[in-house]
Write a protein that binds this ligand. Structure first.
Ligand code: SF4
Length: 157
């Protein structure tokens, strides 16, 4: 089976040299970058999907203790979820500011990912939250100077 790019444990990175690394962050794909094992028991579809290189959730969690606390284990069905994309500067505290705001509003974060730009100084933080909370979260972000885009998970390709 080819690499399952829709699995949340799949990652790709493009280096300055143009070389692209494709791998499983759980190191469960001995045939990477070509194949994932058939019927991998750790396969988990990602809710957050972005058009750029997939950043490492582990990196994000390392950099934002608040985010670790904000992540929830129980997610509602996908049709009740929305993806919120927030452009952020790649700097200390940028992710924590957003996740702390979500916590302050009582909004659970069910999945999270950061896509880094090729230039390296900015990225897009992608959070998955319940769709009903998305308008209020987006408005609160706007009050703090953050643009955001909201897409219902059911319409994410
Ligand atoms: S967890 Fe399994 S399906 Fe997902 S990327 Fe790793 S090897 Fe592939």
């Amino acid at each position: 089976m080819p690499m399952r790019e829709e699995c949340k444990h799949f990652q790709s990175r493009t280096y300055d040299s143009g070389e692209v690394a494709r791998f499983c962050v759980l190191d469960l794909a001995p045939d990477a970058p070509w194949k994932c094992p058939e019927n991998c028991p750790s396969y988990a579809p990602r809710y957050a999907d972005v058009g750029w290189d997939h950043g490492s959730l582990i990196e994000v969690l390392d950099r934002a203790a608040t985010a670790r606390r904000a992540l929830s284990r129980r997610a509602p069905p996908p049709e009740e979820l929305a993806q919120v994309r927030i452009p952020v500067l790649d700097e200390e505290g940028a992710i924590a500011a957003v996740t702390t705001l979500a916590s302050a509003l009582g909004i659970n974060i069910f999945d999270m990912e950061i896509a880094h730009s090729v230039e390296g100084d900015r990225g897009v933080l992608v959070l998955v939250i319940d769709a009903a909370s998305a308008p209020a979260f987006s408005a609160a972000l706007a009050e703090r100077g953050h643009r955001s885009g909201v897409t219902p998970i059911g319409t994410v390709r």
